[in-house]
Write a protein that binds this ligand. Structure first.
Ligand code: KG4
Ligand code: ZN
Length: 355
């Protein structure tokens, strides 16, 4: 079975072809066109610009994925497309394109939830190592969710962020301090140069579900820290850097700010792992899956590995952690087997719950 995956929920236009041979999936091609250059100067994704970029990229990206996989339309058994959650204008480009090809070529259409896609990035790479029930932490610029994943891919939502997603906190803190977008990779690269114990952040006690996250207080604490110091010229100097490398940022960042970044990253990692391990214990998890853009974070990977948890903690390789279409095609494999096809009434959904 060969599935063409299409992903356009945020700021990457992606297409991939995944082949499944009796329970073994292989990525034949995976193409991602990033819009980072377009959104960088705004410090975040501008939805209207994102949709226009998807329109330009979708045809060449799909063609390139088909070519690299050596596939013709006759080889494609289904097209899997991200239905949501995401930016409606962006989602619409992928959905409309997928529907059109399916209609013209008589190919089956499968709708995939973007969050389920992130979970399947791990299934694709480490399927046999996942023991169920598994605890999944999906942590990106748009989501910070904890799910119980049962055999056969049924899901139960255990907790979620009540405000900012963890990746969003990285991005907002980076923007505030004059680092570019996305903030996660830059903070991740600079954090080892600072003292993670220099600034103490405390998380307010939350009422209700103990497995929910909140990152807006942490973001405000960073803002207060900045306001109490005279940092305008330092921040301005970083904003003026063009196409900066990690070394450029290092030269433009005093030790106190590096300490702040290290402490901030440490606080986020601590919060993510603390609630994930409690959740894993509650459901009797036999493995843990961490996926989404923030799963690229080297500090988070190190902390998870060195926590010596009594079950395997599985991350995707960095290229499959951030948005891509191979994970969307992979999530469609069990749906194909169950005959869960979408019809042409399929609509983009900005808020689409997985469970
Ligand atoms: O999964 P993704 O590509 O898109 C969404 O679905 O949001 O995740 C992008 C997010 C951004 O917020 C980015 O700052 C964050 O993932 N990110 C990281 C790292 N690499 C990307 N956060 C922390 N450390 C990283 N190394
Ligand atoms: Zn994502």
């Amino acid at each position: 079975m060969r599935i063409l995956g299409i992903e356009s929920s945020c700021d990457e236009t992606a297409a991939a072809i995944v082949q499944d041979d009796s329970n073994h999936a292989t990525i034949l091609s995976s193409v991602v066109a990033s819009q980072l250059g377009v959104h960088f100067k705004y410090g975040g994704v501008v939805p209207e610009l994102a949709s226009r970029e998807h329109l330009k990229a979708i045809v060449p990206v799909v063609r390139s994925a088909m070519k690299r996989a050596g596939s013709s339309w006759d080889d494609i058994d289904a097209i899997a497309v991200t239905q949501g959650p995401g930016l409606v204008g962006s989602l619409l480009v992928g959905i409309t394109y997928a529907k059109s090809i399916c209609f013209a070529r008589g190919i089956s259409l499968i709708a995939v939830n973007h969050i389920e896609g992130h979970i399947h990035a791990v299934v694709l790479e480490s399927g046999p190592a996942i023991a169920y029930p598994a605890l999944a932490l999906v942590v990106s610029g748009g989501h910070t969710h904890l799910f119980e994943v049962r055999e056969g891919f049924s899901y139960r939502l255990l907790g979620r962020t009540r405000d900012d997603a963890a990746g969003e906190a990285f991005d907002k803190v980076a923007k505030l301090l004059g680092f570019g977008y996305p903030g996660g990779p830059i903070i991740d690269a600079l954090a080892p140069h600072g003292n993670a114990r220099a600034v103490r952040f405390t998380f307010a006690k939350m009422k209700g579900n103990a497995l929910d996250f909140s990152f807006s207080g942490l973001k405000t604490a960073v803002l207060r820290w900045v306001e109490q110091r005279n940092m305008a010229s330092e921040i301005d100097a970083r904003r003026r850097l063009d196409n900066a490398s990690v070394d450029d940022y290092l030269r433009a960042t005093p030790q106190a700010t590096l300490d702040l970044l290290a402490s901030f990253q440490h606080a986020v990692i601590d919060e993510l792992l603390k609630r994930s391990t409690v959740a894993a214990e509650e459901i009797g998890a036999r493995s843990m899956i961490v996926s989404g853009g923030v799963a690229c974070n080297a500090g988070l990977r190190r902390a998870a590995q060195s926590a010596a948890l009594p079950y395997a903690v599985l991350f995707p390789t960095p290229g499959l952690s951030t948005d891509n279409a191979a994970m969307i095609a992979a999530a469609a494999i069990p749906k194909f087997r169950r005959g869960e096809f979408a019809d042409f009434a399929l609509k983009a959904q900005a808020n689409l719950a997985l469970a």
